[in-house]
Design a binder for this molecule. Sequence first.
Ligand code: NAP
Ligand code: MG
Length: 402
Amino acid sequence: MDKIRMSMPVVEMDGDEMTRVLWKWCKEILLLPFVELKTAYFDLSIQNRDLTDDEVTARAANACLKYGVGVKCATITLNKQREEEFGLKRLYPSPNATIRAIMDGTVFRAPITVNGIAPLVPTWKKPIVIARHAYGDMYKAVEIATDGGDAVIACGGEKRTVFDFGEKSGILLAQHNTDESIESFATSCFEYALSQGYNLWFSAKDTVSKIYDHRFKEIFQRIYDEKYVELFKRRGIEYFYTLIDDAVARVMRSQGGFVWALKNYDGDVMSDMVATAFGSLAMMTSVLVSPSGAFEYEAAHGTVTRHFRRYQQGEETSTNSVATIFAWTGALKKRGELDGNERLVEFADDMERSVLSTIESGYMTGDLAGIFHLDGVRVNKLDSKGFLCAVAKTYRELKERK
Ligand code: NAP
Ligand code: MG
C-alpha cells in the first residue's frame, strides 16, 4: 500500500505515563505504516513542562489555533504529591485548563458505542454528547479562607455584602464569566448540534442563580432566536432550556441522541457519569472546539497511573487505547476535511470501523472483557499492544476486501 500524504500538519501533544506508552504504540502500529504523518510535535510530559517552565503548553495551544487541528495525549494534572514525586520547580496548572483558556473552546464529549457493550441505562440507544463550557466559573474562581470579617463583592461602582462572618472562620469563593465566552459556547453548541443532527438541551439553575445562571439561559435563547430557529427547523431538530434537575431526570429516561450543554463544573461531573454509564471512561472521546474553528482532540480519561506502575515493573497491562485511537482518527479526519484530503478521511473512517469490528468479533482489553456480551461471540482479553495489533490486522483485512 502506498502511504497517504498530508499537506498540512496536525499539532501533536505528547503526554505522560501509560497513555504516553499507548501513544507511541498507536503511532507505530496503526498510523505510521499507512500515513506519512505530518505533525507539529510538542512534548507536554511533566518533565518537559518543568524544563520549559510550562511554556510548551501555551506554545502547543497557540499552534492548535494556527494549524486548526490538534491531538493531545493525556497528561498529569499536578497536586502537591505529584510535585514532590517529580521534584518540580513549581506546581504548574492543568495543561487542559491552559489549553482551554487559550482556545476559549467548548468541550464535546461523545461515547464510542459498540455492539456488545450495553449502556447501564437500558433506554439509552444513541450517544449522549456532553458539551462542557470550558471557561470560567469555579475553574477561574478566587477563593479565600478567612478567620472572620465582612465579605464584600465589588465591581465597577457596585458593592454587595456576601456574608458577615463576624468572629467566625469560614470560606468564600468568587466566580466570573464573560458574555463573550458564553456567546461562543452557545454558538459552538448550536453549530455542533446542527452538524450532528442532534437536539440540543441546555440546563442550569436559574431559579437559584437569578443573575449568573440566568445570563447563560438568556444568551442561549437570544442566539437561538437570532440565528438558529430556521436552521434547526430545516434540520428537524430542536433546542430547549430546562432546569438542571429536570434535565438529569429526563436524561435517565431518554433514548439518547442529543447534545446536553452544561456549565463548566456541571459538564465536568456529568460527563464522568455519562461515560461510565455508557460502559467505560476509556470509550469516550473529547474534542475542544474553539470559536475560531480550531479543533483539539483527546481521550477523556487520564494517564492511567495504576497500569503504568505495573508496566514499569515489567508486568503485562491491558489498557484500552480506543479513545486514544479515536482522538487520532478524529484529528486526521478533520485535517482531511479541511484540506480536501479524501484519502485521509477514508483512512480515519476505516480505522474507526476496524476498532469497532475488532471488539465486536470478541477481541478487546480487560476493562471491556468484563462487560461485553454478544450472542455467539467468545471474549478474548488482549494486552495493551496485542489489542493494537489486532486492530491493525482487521484494518489490513478490510483494505484487502475493498
Ligand atoms: P485515569 O487515568 O482516568 O484512571 C482511573 C482508572 O480508570 C484506572 O486506574 C483504570 O481502572 C480506569 N481507566 C482509565 N482509563 C483506562 C483505559 N484507557 N484503559 C483501562 N482502564 C482505564 O484517572 P486517574 O488515575 O485519576 O488519573 C491519573 C492521572 O491522569 C492524574 O495525574 C490525573 O491528573 C490525570 N488526568 C488527566 C486527564 C487529561 O489529560 N485529560 C484527565 C483525567 C485525569 P483500573 O485501575 O481499575 O483498571
Ligand atoms: Mg471530571
